[in-house]
Design a protein around this ligand. Structure first.
Ligand code: APR
Length: 230
């Protein structure tokens, strides 16, 4: 079985009603990203950060996967598929993808502020001041904030190195190290980029640019790969 690696960003969830980051003019739901998604923001105002992610969680709970997520999940019938997502929502999992790497963390998990190995599943949407880990410290969202390490990056690079087919969907490719993954795909292997507003990428062999929204783009890519690469 050939192996497909998908790198997804906020755009794959746009058709599910979750807003992308950079389409909203530098503000994220009305906030400066550094106030709500950085260690400095957390040090300054924990309540603001917790409330911000509580809202994102509420939003994500009511969202459903769209055709783009679904086609990616269905590709598991013909291929070995790894999804590397920058998204913190769980729509790839809801669509049925079984191997999802979250580079930037997960909305529905919380983490201890004294021991990063203490990570907890969350049932509902709420995380508040006073919610503590088993060692007695405040819980924070399990999100990789600006300026923090990306612990899953090494695994993501390994997966990308062994990809026969690489699909990039719905990311502006502006945030590193995620954006650099494309560099690890073998030159001779096909790479597809799906985006209605194509990000600038260096031309390279076997690169196919599909200027479409996620669902229509994934339909096209599925057609091509089923015809040419199974
Ligand atoms: N289908 C596919 N792509 C779309 C759609 C759609 N319906 N609508 C918009 N897009 C594209 C945009 O054209 C853009 O290129 O999705 C991309 C979204 O880019 P960003 O908002 O920059 O999101 P992303 O690349 O995921 O951001 C990376 O930045 O703030 C951080 O940690 C956050 O994970 C995030 C990271």
């Amino acid at each position: 079985m050939k192996k497909i690696v998908v790198l997804s960003g906020a755009g794959v969830s746009a058709e599910s009603g979750i807003k992308t980051f950079r389409d909203s003019g530098g503000l994220w739901e009305g906030h400066d990203v550094m106030d709500v998604a950085s260690p400095e923001g957390w040090a300054k105002d924990r309540e603001l950060v917790l409330n911000f992610y509580n809202e994102r969680r509420k939003n994500a709970l009511s969202a459903s996967p769209n055709k783009g997520h679904q086609i990616i999940a269905e590709l598991e019938n013909q291929f070995k598929v790894t999804v590397i997502t920058q998204n913190v929502d769980n729509l790839h999992e809801k669509a049925g993808s079984s191997n999802v790497i979250h580079l930037h963390g997960e909305l529905f998990k919380s983490r201890s502020t004294v021991d990063p190995n203490l990570i907890y599943d969350m049932d509902g949407w709420e995380l508040n001041i006073g919610d503590k880990c088993e060692k007695g410290s405040q819980l924070r969202p399990h999100i990789v904030w600006f300026g923090e390490m990306v612990p899953m990056m090494e695994v993501a690079v390994e997966e990308t190195l062994s990809a026969d087919i690489f699909i990039v969907i719905g990311t502006s490719l502006q945030v590193y190290p995620a954006a650099g993954l494309l560099e690890y795909v073998k030159e001779s292997n096909p790479k597809f980029i799906i985006d209605p507003n194509m990000p600038e990428v260096f031309p390279r062999p076997n690169l196919f640019l599909i200027e479409e929204v996620g669902s229509a783009g994934m339909k096209k890519v599925r057609e091509i790969i089923l015809k040419e690469y199974v």
